[in-house]
Design a protein around this ligand. Structure first.
Ligand SMILES: NC(=O)C1=CN([C@@H]2O[C@H](COP(=O)(O)OP(=O)(O)OC[C@H]3O[C@@H](n4cnc5c(N)ncnc54)[C@H](OP(=O)(O)O)[C@@H]3O)[C@@H](O)[C@H]2O)C=CC1
Ligand SMILES: Cc1cn([C@H]2C[C@H](O)[C@@H](COP(=O)(O)OP(=O)(O)O[C@H]3O[C@@H](C)C(=O)[C@@H](O)[C@H]3O)O2)c(=O)[nH]c1=O
Ligand SMILES: [Mg+2]
Length: 291
């Protein structure tokens, strides 16, 4: 049986990957096994785990805090990723790594292609972009999946923040001038499993399959509309969502105004496409209600 090492234990994507990858021997490497804040240890520790494939959904993901904790963000999102990629290049071990829509500056008005110019507006996005570049320059057999606006019933995310606020508030102000594609962590895990199945079946990654792929739920919306939709799906009818401009919700990190990603490359190369964000949201709400 093929051994898959998934890095991170309690993250959103990691949590759902553990549920869907049951056909494989799964090694869930939490911080006690692989600490990404100590990049220099990683090659030796990875060798001990003998992975057939490595999936890395672990990252420094605190967008605003990253503006202060610059070193921590770069250590985890760039330096650790560089060591993982160098291990994968040396051992010819396929790597599936996650990146973000926040590598873009948000000035576009049609969905971003993988070949479009990047221009992160904050430290988190810049550190994730540096991680992508480290993988590409290591020449590792790697796929970089750029996803966006990840939510679920686990961990810290906008969906749970809104449901939490709804318990004490009947009115919320939410930005309506940032447009993107909310992506359910379960949809990510299911799409990632399809990719793993293909890589295992092929016996590895073909050279022409390496590189960056956009990987979000289909469609687009604003955070304000997403808030309204998630309340509706959860039968919460007593909370009013007031749309506001980002200038009325100042944050340490600037977010891109538009970060919709075009997913055609993944569909063309691997035949994989994630569901529409509205379909996935209904699934997530069903899971919320069943808890
Ligand atoms: N969340 C989002 O909205 C988006 C996320 N992404 C990217 O997708 C990927 C998955 O995100 P998501 O699941 O939401 O992330 P989470 O914030 O839910 O989880 C982060 C994971 O990283 C692990 N981690 C953090 N620091 C370390 C460390 N020093 N050593 C080992 N592990 C560490 C955490 O470990 P522990 O379990 O111990 O806490 C956790 O498992 C990331 O690469 C992220 O950049 C892209 C776009 C949007
Ligand atoms: C809680 C809250 C947030 N907002 C705004 C702030 C921000 O512009 C937007 C989203 O807020 P959050 O801080 O939850 O989301 P944010 O941390 O920016 O989420 C990002 O996380 C990283 C990891 C990614 O990679 C991105 O794709 C993206 O998902 O909503 C409101 O307008 N009203 C509110 O009450
Ligand atoms: Mg956040």
């Amino acid at each position: 049986m093929k051994r898959i090492v998934v890095i991170g234990q309690n993250g959103q994507v990691t949590t759902y990957l553990q549920r869907v990858l049951s056909d494989y021997e799964l090694v869930v490497a939490g911080r006690d096994t692989l600490d990404l804040s100590k990049p220099r240890e990683l090659q030796v520790k990875l060798a001990e785990l003998q992975p057939d494939i490595i999936i890395n959904p672990a990252a420094y993901t605190a967008v605003d805090l990253a503006e202060e904790e610059v070193d921590a963000a770069y250590t985890i999102n760039r330096d650790a990723v560089s060591e993982i990629a160098r291990y994968c290049a040396k051992q010819n071990t396929p790597l599936i790594h996650f990146s973000t829509d926040y590598v873009f500056d948000g000035s576009a008005d049609t969905p971003y292609l993988e070949s479009d110019a990047t221009g992160p507006t904050g430290v988190y996005g810049a550190s994730k972009l540096a991680g992508e570049q480290a993988i590409l320059s290591a020449d590792a057999p790697a796929i970089i999946l750029r996803t966006a606006w990840v939510y679920s019933n686990h961990g810290k995310n906008f969906y749970k923040t809104m449901l939490g606020l709804a318990e004490s508030r009947n009115e919320l102000s939410v930005v309506s001038d940032q447009v993107g594609a909310p992506t359910y962590a379960r949809s990510i895990a299911e799409g990632c499993k399809q990719l793993v199945d293909i890589i295992i079946h092929q016996g590895g990654l073909l050279p022409e399959q390496r590189g960056i792929y956009h990987f979000t739920c289909a469609g687009q919306t604003s955070w304000a509309e997403f808030a309204r939709s998630l309340f509706l799906e959860n039968d919460i009818t007593n909370v009013k969502v007031n749309p506001i401009p980002s200038s009325d919700y100042p944050t340490p990190a600037q977010r891109p105004a538009y970060s919709v990603l075009n997913g055609e490359k993944l569909a063309d190369v691997f035949g994989i496409a994630l569901p529409h964000w509205g379909t996935a949201l209904a699934q997530c709400a069903a899971e919320t209600k069943s808890q």
